[in-house]
Design a protein around this ligand. Sequence first.
Ligand code: SF4
Length: 203
Amino acid sequence: MSKSDFNLNHQNQSTESKIVASLERIAQAFRVLLWQESKEHSLTPIQVQVLIFLKFHSEEKRKVSYLADEFNMTKATISDTVKTLEQKQLISKGHEPHDTRSYIIHLTKKGKDIADKTSFFTKEIRSPIDKLHQDDKENLLLSLLNIIRHLNKSEVITIQRMCMSCLHYQSSDKGQKHFCKLLNQPLHTADLRIDCPEHELNA
Ligand code: SF4
């Protein structure tokens, strides 16, 4: 790539650059929507993201070290976020009997209520997606999964729980067909997961 995706003379001649610029706009929309939602609850965007993550993930993932990897942040930053959420009485810490330094983070009733509400911050992004034809949705999903897989392999983003990085995933026909060995069933494009509770990293 010799020219910047943001060089308009080049961008306007390049489908690839227009896609990159579009993804950048969408990333900006996520930031704006998350910011608005956070402000409403007097929280920061990362505090809201942590609350939403805690609501939808199992205990082994609700720990400081896992959250640090999930959000590409240092443990110290996540510890500070957790401390503030505890002071605001939105989470509580459940210490493990065999390891007093490690703890599982639980949402309190108040934390759960906020996570319930804020987890809909994406609804304006979801709305035009709902209107796409099913084939277009599946093509878009597959393209996005491939981009995310590449970013994961290049170590731009860390933790992924998607089919393509899973020990149980098998593909055939040059990546056109997908199979889950754990569920022992073929996966149609619409079945491919971006965040699977059963995911095991294919090291
Ligand atoms: S276990 Fe989950 S992530 Fe892994 S291949 Fe099966 S459906 Fe996909």
